[in-house]
Ligand binder design. Sequence first.
Ligand SMILES: [Zn+2]
Length: 239
Amino acid sequence: MREKEVWTITVGVNLETSRSAAQLAEQNADVFACIGLHPVDDAHTGIVSSFDEKDFASLVTNPKVVAIGECGLDYGRAGTATDAEKARQKKDFEKQIDFAVANNKLLMLHIRNAHNDALDILASKKREYGERLRGNSHFFAGTTEIEKKYLDLNFSVSFTGVITFTSDYDEAVKYAPLDMIMSETDAPFVSPIPHRGKRNEPIYVEYVAQKMAQIKGKSTEEMQKILVDNAIRVFNIPL
Ligand SMILES: [Zn+2]
């Protein structure tokens, strides 16, 4: 990453990995961290925790921690989460929204097959918190209609290497205003072309930027500058 001058925001999915993310950020000037409880990744550990702000209180004061998340709702690949599971996720999501606002941080949203419920929660929290509620819709993979709703809430939208191997989100990329679009890799998952099927790496973000530039009709250099400026501004990256 350093050779390629790529910076990253690394993501915790539970308390343990949030601690590691914050530690990695502390040790490396070009790494920033996101802390929180992922709606489903934590469950993969076999222990399903619930979000308790006391656990994260000492981490959130770390100046290298720039956002709360990934948090949100994930109703599964087929959108078939049970009502009890949906209720569990909603509770943790709401707690993390409150925690982010109380600590003046952004939210890093992970929403899969749950946009309507997520947008309902965000809209009601927006009425309570106004401009203090801010965030980024990570791994955006929805329609422009859904995208508009996040943008209306003043959430930026972020795209991964998926855009290099399907044109399904070209419209969404086109629709995103130049000051509200983000790039990411979701490494180690979904490697972009030309690295499909292999482990994804943060440095492959260049392929995402390249593809975005193509879709947006910009040069890669212009697009890269826009994306870096957006990340610094939206995440309030301490330089
Ligand atoms: Zn995610």
